[in-house]
Design a binder for this molecule. Structure first.
Ligand SMILES: [Zn+2]
Length: 375
């Protein structure tokens, strides 16, 4: 434990051929090597993954969703139980989102005003209201190592005028969050700003400039992977990342596929989260060194081989494709456990290889090989 430690970020090495950075986040719950993929632990649990499995995978940071934890069991109850780390018995770092994205995804249940966002609980229909100040208070009660500002995640597609208004609202909310945060900030935790602006480079630039003035500890790129074409997403990340402070961590929210991660690392992104490896695992879609596998397919019915011969995870070391297919088709709970264990191993191993290749100035070559392999 490194309790009492100030939050910090260091770029340890910059790749020679790309924008990739090898760095480290210093948190009160340990150091996190970057670039990092953060498994999503929506409601205080990474679905189908006991904490011990995450520790064995050397996951150093996971994500929790403010929206879900606020509704159930409630941030005040979690605070009374010692905060989210204590409540879920997780000693690593935790990043919580602000709830803006979840409210955004339940669009029919919400309405936005200058003051904040009103929404109905997807659980019981109860009325709730998030203000910028309130989401800071909720995340402080949870005790997250990294908190995020409340933002208005612009829907796709959005016209320039709507995207501009949404981006400006997010910027005003970001300032309110920052001002409120400073009243209780002891330097042990971080608040990140979120760049919005939809698919418009000029709006992204203005958003980044406005947020840079607020001097956040880290910066995120939000509002992507919401339905826009891939090439547009890459274009926006490529033009936004260089606008973010060099000495602060850069977090691309809600992205993405293995290929997305590799490409975004090359553009200078340090942090990622996505439900893809965990959700796909539960749906029987598995990432392997030979591409994606749908384990339900009949071709695996009598396949005695491992899921991925190049993977050292407990699932691949022990079980056959035929057995994993049987578990999935039978609806056995262990199907989700074994599949998730594999998919998260695939993601975290890939990030480890990325970090190693940046250290060796080999990332550019590795990127080319990956692109060949993934395409
Ligand atoms: Zn595996």
């Amino acid at each position: 434990m490194t309790a009492g430690m100030k939050f910090g970020f260091e770029v340890l090495h910059k790749d020679v051929r790309t924008g990739a950075r090898r760095g480290v986040l210093h948190t009160a719950h340990g150091d996190v090597p970057t670039p990092v993929f953060m498994p999503v632990g929506t409601a205080g649990a990474v679905k189908a993954m006991p904490n011990g499995f995450l520790e064995a995978l050397e996951a150093r940071i996971i994500l929790g969703n403010t929206y879900h934890l606020y509704l159930r069991p409630g941030h005040e109850r979690i605070e009374r139980l010692g905060g989210l780390h204590s409540f879920m018995a997780w000693n690593g770092a935790i990043l919580t989102d602000s709830g803006g994205y979840q409210v955004f995804s339940h669009r029919e249940l919400r309405s936005i005003s200058e003051e904040g966002v009103a929404f109905r609980s997807h659980l019981d229909g109860s009325r709730n209201f998030f203000t910028p100040e309130k989401v800071v208070d909720i995340q402080c009660a949870l005790g997250s190592d990294v908190a995020m500002v409340l933002d208005d995640c612009t829907a796709y597609p959005a016209g320039h005028i709507d995207a501009e208004a949404s981006m400006e609202l997010s910027a005003r909310w970001a300032k309110k969050c920052r001002d409120h945060w400073r009243k209780q900030d002891d330097g042990r935790r971080a608040l990140f700003g979120i760049v919005q602006g939809s698919v418009y480079p000029d709006l992204r630039k203005r958003s980044a400039e406005a947020l840079n003035q607020l001097d956040f500890t880290g910066m995120a790129i939000g509002g992507l992977s919401v339905g826009e074409p891939k090439d547009v997403m890459y274009e926006i990340v490529e033009c936004t990342a260089p606008l973010l402070p060099w000495d602060r961590p850069r977090y691309l929210m809600g992205v993405g596929t293995p290929e997305d991660l590799v490409r975004a690392v090359a553009m200078g992104i340090d942090m990622f989260d996505c439900v893809l490896p965990t959700r796909n695992a539960r749906n029987g879609c598995l990432f392997t060194s030979q591409g994606k596998i749908l384990i339900k397919n009949a071709v695996y019915a009598e396949d005695p081989g491992p899921l991925d011969p190049n993977c050292a995870c407990p699932t691949c070391r022990r079980y056959s494709r035929a057995y994993l297919r049987h578990l999935f088709l039978s609806g056995e709970h262990l199907s989700a456990v074994y599949n998730t264990l594999h998919n998260l191993t695939f993601y975290l191993d890939m990030m480890q290889k990325i970090r190693h290749s940046i250290e060796l100035d080999f990332f550019g070559n590795w990127l080319e090989q990956m692109e060949k392999g993934l395409s």
